[in-house]
Design a protein around this ligand. Sequence first.
Ligand code: HEC
Length: 144
Amino acid sequence: MNVGEPYNKIKKMKRQFQLLVVAALGLWNFSCYYDQDVEFPEASGPEIPPDEEISFQTDIEPLFSQSGKDCTVCHNGSVANPDLRVGSAYGEIVPDYVVPGDAEGSELFQKLPGNAHPIDAGFVLSSNEIALIRAWIDRGAENN
Ligand code: HEC
């Protein structure tokens, strides 16, 4: 009988355990990093030209109920907050989720599907759509 065999087995298990610990620590570390420091690089999309008008009613509100990308399946006043249905959206997001003039400081912008939405919404907004929302907030989040 080979006496080294059980010992090797224990060594292998120890190694697997160490790997697990390293992986767990890595994940933990990553999740903290993610909580504290969400960045919005150029991936947030193209610049919207300063002379391009952005209207809440015609450009922003409809983004929340597009077919195939419909936020209001969940954000409808009963499943998830904020209620993003046409007619309710503005009062729901300003000022609770939107800091006029500061998109990156606005929870709405931070948590858009495509930025850091807390669950998989089943779709993400395009970089153009995200850029439009950013510009609307940065320009004062008017109800226009
Ligand atoms: C499949 C369901 C679902 C879809 C679709 C969805 N969301 Fe959400 N959303 C959630 C849930 C669940 C939460 C977290 C729970 C809560 O705050 O009620 C959440 C959280 C958020 C938050 C943060 C709110 C908070 O209080 O933390 C924002 C902002 C948001 N969603 C925006 C959107 C937008 C904009 C869309 C569409 C472009 C969208 N969501 C699509 C389910 C969804």
